[in-house]
Design a protein. Structure first.
Ligand code: F6P
Length: 358
């Protein structure tokens, strides 16, 4: 009997269920009744504290289009994995013990960067692990695309689309704050798709003078409204020069709830124009996966299932140049895939006259 457990870890996103369904369908198709699948509840926490349920084939039916995760999830930061839990237990040992207790052949982890590091750690500790790259941030090294990203692009784009009409009616400046603390993929894509006039991403620290100039240039052309797509993690060129400690201290004294409000206040002062801020927030992680994500997650799921059948472990399944390939976890864990500021997309955006605040 083949025994496999699934866990979803970190912030949720669309197509987690679709991906698990892809793995499950592949395993049931190959093994029939000779496979047992366990669903670990709430991510690594469930593996530590023995919370799981035995899944049936029918549990994976009807979930292709369902957002969130049927298993639940939690954030268990990698940086604390080696610290004892509140009762003094070694968390890694707890997970290894439960893996053995279940008699698993493989643990399938659906997670982002942090979860991937823990997956790699468990792999180094001798467990058979396979990782599927999920996140709306698209920041996982070693895959061209993560599932969840394109669904989130659709939601953030639709927020910008809705803002367009009201911005035009009122002649206001609107800032739409898009998720992404460390990387700007989502802001860049939604900004382009939604026709934003200014796009600010963490990889390119912005110059407020350039932002104001771009707004004034639009006004000169007779356009009295503007839309900025601003990443949660957008940073000014002055702040980018600060040390981590200095930045934290500045943040603590900052009266604004987020960077968009800070930028908005400067625009209002400099332009004398009304500014409104819209934060779609966690709506970007919700709802049904878009067709692209359903296809990508199903393909990644099928590839993960095949790895289990082939007894090949310690890999992330990845989309590379349109093909699904296997990448050793040890080669990708701990690396972040930000927007390459030398890539052609940056030039293309600038060629269209969209300001990146630089
Ligand atoms: O990593 C996905 C993500 O949605 C980021 O884009 C965002 O910054 C963060 O998670 C929000 O985390 P939480 O759900 O814990 O508030």
């Amino acid at each position: 009997m083949k025994k496999v457990a699934f866990l979803t870890s970190g912030g949720d996103c669309q197509a987690l269920n679709a991906a698990m369904r892809g793995v499950a369908k592949t395993l049931y198709h190959h093994y029939g009744k000779d496979v047992e699948i366990y669903g670990i509840i709430d991510g690594y926490k469930g593996l530590m504290y023995g919370e799981w349920k035995k899944m049936k084939s029918k549990d994976f039916s009807g979930i292709l289009t369902v957002g969130g995760t049927i298993l639940g999830t939690s954030r268990q930061p990698f940086k604390n994995m080696r610290d004892p839990d509140p009762d003094g237990n070694d968390k890694v040992k707890l997970m290894k013990d439960n893996y053995k207790k279940l008699g698993l052949d493989c643990l399938v982890v659906l997670g982002g960067n942090g979860s991937q590091k823990t997956a790699n750690l468990l792999s180094e500790e001798g467990l058979n692990v396979i990782h599927l790259p999920k996140t709306i941030d698209n920041d996982i090294w070693g895959t061209d695309m993560t599932f969840g990203f394109h669904s989130a692009v659709e939601i953030a784009t639709s927020a910008i689309d809705c803002i367009h009409t009201t911005a035009a009616s009122h002649g206001r400046v609107f800032i739409v704050e898009v998720m992404g603390h460390k990387v700007g993929w989502l802001t860049l894509y939604a900004g382009i798709a939604g026709g934003a006039d200014i796009i600010l991403i963490p990889e390119l620290p912005y110059d407020m003078k350039k932002v104001i100039k771009a707004l004034k240039d639009r006004n000169k052309e007779g356009k009295d409204f503007s839309i900025l797509a601003v990443a949660e993690g957008a940073i000014s060129k002055e702040d980018a020069k600060l040390s981590k400690k200095e930045r934290k201290a500045k943040q603590a004294a900052n009266p604004y709830p987020s960077v968009s409000y800070e930028i908005g206040a400067i625009i209002e002062k400099e332009m004398g124009q009304e500014v409104r801020i819209t934060v779609p927030g966690h709506t970007q992680r919700g709802g049904s996966p878009c067709p692209y994500d359903r296809v990508l997650s199903s393909r990644l799921g099928a590839a993960a299932g095949q790895l289990i059948i082939d007894k090949e472990y310690g890999y992330m399944v990845s989309l590379t140049n349109g093909e699904i390939v296997n990448v050793p976890l040890s080669e990708v864990a701990g690396k972040l895939k930000g927007v390459d500021i030398d890539s052609s997309i940056i030039t293309e955006v600038q060629n269209m006259g969209i300001s990146l605040g630089i």
